[in-house]
Write a protein that binds this ligand. Structure first.
Ligand code: PMP
Ligand code: GLN
Length: 413
């Protein structure tokens, strides 16, 4: 409602993406790769553009998702979740993962329903839940003392259970996790799943970084025993193929869970752009074929992760050398780093000021020309104070960008 909207402040993406441009900063802030997109994906789009006579590739397509795309997604994820997915009833293609989340909250939340959000949490969950009349119930993961890896972010399952009551409708689980890079273990996921089953909760599984792992695989919530029936899985082609600007995502769930999302969608945008969906369908078909034939040639299962791991290691060593304390991520393309060693004007606090990380990030961008993101944006008000000594950096960047960041960081050493 207008009343709710009036109280929403600009998001970090609005402020800090603009600030990075204004100060011509080296941008390790907003999460997007600045490396060239995979050529085979670009070739698919080229192929689509080269065929104006293919009416079905360029006019309105099926409202709930372009048929060729939902068909291949059903095949890919049927194998991943170990269930048979009905492409026409159990997949909804959306404008990015953002919209799949928004539909899920809109479709399922009644006024006053409580939604458990594990913090730090991707910053759109909370305002989206509030916009739908829901009540966010935050719980924070505790960061161990002298933490070195993202596995040191610990979720206390007893505390989680203590947040559940008769108003609790759903829990949002983001795995692999933004901003920490935490990759949930099977034990942790089963712990959450057991609570969802015990209290009859829906789970929104935001798994947009599902392929951004190395030496291992993401365990999908919907693949756990008894969880397919109560999970809405959210994915993003922008993440999968490193083309964030394509803004195409999906919600995947059994028909009875997906229905309300489809109702919201049909009267909101009805259908999304066809050429991008057709291009993605062709790219996914190629991937499905390669995964079956020779997984070592797969972009999703091999190429992407080998590229990322090297970049992660490089950024971690740059940060260490400069005096930050990085928390090495197990997945995703973000890294948290503690900046407590640094002194500067950002330490001065005036009444009404933003948290320390916001002040540090603004200083770093304006004075040192390095753009990052302040992680307290991922905490609700009462937990910001305890978590204001970190910054979040994106390491999915080409060598030249990391070189430029290294030069800036070297000045700190
Ligand atoms: N969830 C998480 C955890 C994200 O990091 C993002 C940002 N890409 C989204 C959802 C939204 O993804 P999309 O760009 O596909 O809307
Ligand atoms: N998901 C990306 C991030 O976390 C981009 C966010 C955005 O632009 N809204 O940085």
């Amino acid at each position: 409602s207008a009343e709710i909207t009036q109280n929403v402040k600009p998001s970090v993406w609005v402020e800090f993406t603009q600030l990075a441009v204004e100060h011509k900063a080296v941008n390790l802030g907003q999460g997007f790769p600045d490396t060239p997109m995979p050529k085979f994906v670009a070739d698919c789009m080229k192929h689509v553009a080269e065929h104006p006579e293919m009416v079905g590739w360029h006019q309105y397509t099926r409202g709930f998702g372009h048929a060729r795309l939902v068909n291949v997604l059903a095949k890919l994820y049927g194998d991943v979740y170990g269930v048979k997915i009905d492409p026409m009833n159990e997949i909804l293609v959306t404008v990015g993962a953002y919209m799949a989340l928004y539909y899920a909250f809109n479709g399922w939340i009644n006024k006053g329903d409580q939604v458990i959000i594990i913090e730090p949490a991707y910053d759109c969950y909370l305002p989206q839940v509030i916009a739908c009349g829901g009540v966010p119930v935050p719980i924070t993961m505790k960061l161990k003392k002298n933490a070195t890896t993202s596995a040191d972010y610990i979720l206390d399952l007893n505390e989680l259970e203590s947040k559940i009551n008769e108003k609790t409708k759903m829990i949002v689980v983001n795995n692999p996790h933004n901003p920490t890079g935490k990759l949930y273990t099977r034990q942790e996921l089963e712990g959450i799943a057991d609570l969802a089953k015990k209290y009859n909760l829906l789970v929104i599984a935001d798994e947009v970084y599902e392929y951004h792992v190395w030496d291992t695989e993401t365990i999908r919530m919907a693949s756990l025993p008894g969880m397919w029936e109560r999970t809405i899985s959210v994915g993003s082609a922008g993440k999968v193929f490193s083309v964030t600007g394509w803004k195409t995502g999906w919600a995947l769930a059994p028909a009875h869970l997906l229905g309300p999302l489809k109702t919201v969608h049909q009267n909101c945008i009805f259908t999304l752009n066809t050429p991008t969906q057709e291009s993605l369908a062709q790219a996914f078909e190629k991937e499905v074929e390669i995964i079956a034939k020779d997984i070592s040639q797969s972009y999703l299962r091999k190429g992407l992760s080998s590229e990322l791991k090297a970049k992660r290691d490089r950024l971690a060593s740059m940060l260490n050398k400069a005096g930050f304390k990085p928390i090495i991520p197990d997945s995703g393309y973000f890294m948290m780093a503690d900046f407590s060693n640094f002194k500067g004007p950002f330490l001065e606090e005036k009444p009404g000021d933003d948290p320390l990380d916001f002040r540090f990030v603004r200083w770093l961008c304006k004075e040192k020309k390095l753009a990052t993101i302040p992680p307290t944006a991922f905490y609700s008000e009462q937990f910001k104070k305890d978590n204001e000594n970190l910054i979040r950096l994106c390491y999915f960047k080409k060598d030249e960008t990391l070189d430029a960041a290294e030069k800036i960081l070297d000045e700190f050493a």
